[in-house]
Design a protein around this ligand. Sequence first.
Ligand SMILES: [Zn+2]
Length: 104
Amino acid sequence: MAVSSDSPNWPGTASLHTIASHGGHPLGVECACGHRALVPLERLGRRHHNMTEIRQLPLRCACGRKGQWIATIFDRAEEAEAWRNRPPVEGAPIASSGGGRPTF
Ligand SMILES: [Zn+2]
C-alpha cells in the first residue's frame, strides 16, 4: 500500500533503498503548491543499497519551493498512476511550469 511522508506509517528513515524494496516504482512528490509528479528512481540516484533519505533529496518544484513536498512510496504501478491522476486539492493554485528548469 502507498505510504506518504505525512502519514504516521511513514518509515522514519525511508531511503532510496526503501523505494527499491517496494518494487522500484516512481516516487510520488507533491509540493505545498499542489503540484504533483512521479519521479523515476533513475532520476533520484542509484537504486540498490542507496541509503540516501528521501527527505534529503534535493527536489525542487516548478514553483521554486524546495523541501516543502510530501513524498509517497507506491507498491504498485497502478497506485502511482491513480495518485497522479487524482484531482488537485481544492483551492490549491496550479503551478506554472514556466522556465523549463529541471524541476519535478
Ligand atoms: Zn510547488
